[in-house]
Design a protein around this ligand. Structure first.
Ligand SMILES: Cc1ncc(COP(=O)(O)O)c(C=O)c1O
Length: 431
């Protein structure tokens, strides 16, 4: 029997400060069965996917073992209960994004990639006009970049020609605001950006960027690496779309969220129609009988157990406290960076390693002169230390450029993990 999520953290009436004082990554680890099965595992690939707490696993297992049915399709109780549970999950996501009254603007998707493609296919295809321009950073994740090129080609086939302009990453790892200023014009309709970069690990200045581009430009925010690490507040962030995956915030793979803000919610076209769609054919034409974003964009049988896992994942984050996760992971990042710095021949990617900020989001990327990072990744794997190597899903990475090792940490990573990792790494590069 798994222990219940959060049980290993002490409750205290003086909640916030006490939670901070008692936050202990080793206790958090006890809530994740994978670490009981693999006590020596140092899991440093959280930007790729997180491990799952017992409560998330139980929710998925319960669906398959105890009440597997389709949701809302039949008159039997399980079906209506599952439909209600999905809506309850939607409400939990809306509250998590600080927009409890806007749950119909929360769309369940198959992941951040699906959400980001939904922005281009359901919004941009219907709303961009000939001559419009899109601003994006080619060093962002491919899932935030390629859909815009796909959209450009589809629009061209419809006789509308849009231009995609690039802005840069500053050498320290955040967006180069000067390059955004130089690219924005009265033709700019959209800016696509990450909240936290998946290789460089810095948070981007959303408010400053909004100021530069002005109020009219639609901003699509990829929050894949910030969600579960810091507050993603759909009211406070001056953006129009927010996309993220469930599996990077302790929920199941194949789940994601797209939040559509107030000014775009009435501009969305259906992307997939089928069972569940509120659509009819009248006079040989399609008529959509709904103004609700989630009803327009969701159809067919969804990943029911996956979506249901979002709620225990959110409850788990709330239980251990987002502000505790943020403070803990920030401390770990700075600690790791300070321990890595003295290693001979280390070269940091842009990000905390170069900008020396006193806060991080758990991500540090680096390499060693003359040593293949992929080979290092294999050597670390032999020591049960999992890191990411390879192209990091960046589309325009130069073929000749050696790859980086990316360490990405989360709530269950401890100062001991960092200590051990650096020792093992130092031994490998020394040998
Ligand atoms: C910044 C960013 N955006 C998008 C994605 C795509 O997420 P998914 O593969 O869950 O669709 C990732 C995944 O690594 C990411 O890091």
């Amino acid at each position: 029997m798994y222990c219940k999520a959060g049980d290993n953290l002490k409750e205290d009436p003086d909640q916030k400060t006490a939670a901070k004082a008692t936050f202990n990554a080793d206790l958090v680890k006890l809530d994740f069965p994978v670490f009981q099965a693999n006590p020596d595992l140092i899991y440093f690939d959280n930007a790729s996917t997180t491990q799952k707490p017992a409560s998330v696993i139980e929710t998925i297992e319960n669906y398959y073992r105890k009440n597997c049915a389709n949701a809302g399709r039949a008159s039997y109780l399980w079906s209506s209960q599952l439909e209600a549970a999905l809506e309850d999950t939607r409400a939990a996501v809306a509250a998590f994004l600080s927009v409890p009254e806007k749950s119909d603007q929360v769309v369940f998707t198959g992941g951040a990639t699906d959400s980001l493609n939904t922005v281009t296919m359901a919004w941009a295809l219907a709303n961009l006009q000939d001559g419009d321009e899109v601003l994006l950073c080619p060093k962002d994740h491919k899932s935030a970049v390629l859909p815009w090129y796909h959209c450009k080609e589809l629009l061209a086939a419809m006789g509308k020609h849009i231009k995609i302009r690039h802005f840069d990453i500053h050498e320290v790892g955040d967006y180069d605001l000067k390059s955004i200023k130089s690219q924005v014009s009265d033709k700019t309709r959209v800016l696509a950006m990450a909240h936290v970069h998946h290789v460089y690990g810095l948070d981007m200045e959303v408010s400053e960027i909004r100021e530069i581009v002005g109020t009219d430009v639609i901003i699509s925010l990829d929050a894949s690496q910030s969600v579960g690490h810091t507050k993603v507040d759909a009211n406070a962030l001056p953006v129009d779309f927010i996309s993220f995956s469930g599996h990077k915030m302790f929920a199941a793979p194949g789940t994601g969220v797209l939040y559509a803000g107030d000014r775009v919610k009435g501009q969305l076209q259906p992307l997939r129609l089928g069972g569940k769609s509120k659509a009819v054919i009248e006079n040989d034409s399609l008529k959509i009988n709904s103004n609700s974003v989630c009803e327009i964009l969701e159809s067919g049988t969804q990943n029911i157990p996956g979506i249901l896992s979002l709620k225990p994942a959110i409850e788990y984050i709330n239980k251990i406290g987002l502000e505790n996760i943020e403070a803990h992971v920030s401390k770990l990042t700075v600690d790791l960076w300070q321990k890595l710095m003295p290693l001979p021949n280390i070269e940091f990617a842009p990000g905390i390693g170069i900008c020396a900020c006193d806060k991080g989001w758990g991500i540090i990327s680096f390499r060693f002169k003359g040593i293949s990072s992929s080979d290092l990744g294999f050597a670390l794997d032999e020591e049960k230390i999992f890191v990411r190597t390879g192209d990091h899903c960046v589309w325009n990475k130069a073929e000749a450029e050696p790859d980086f090792i990316r360490v990405s940490m989360h709530a269950y990573n401890s100062p001991d993990d960092v200590e051990q990792f650096v020792q093992v790494l130092a031994d490998i590069v020394d040998s």
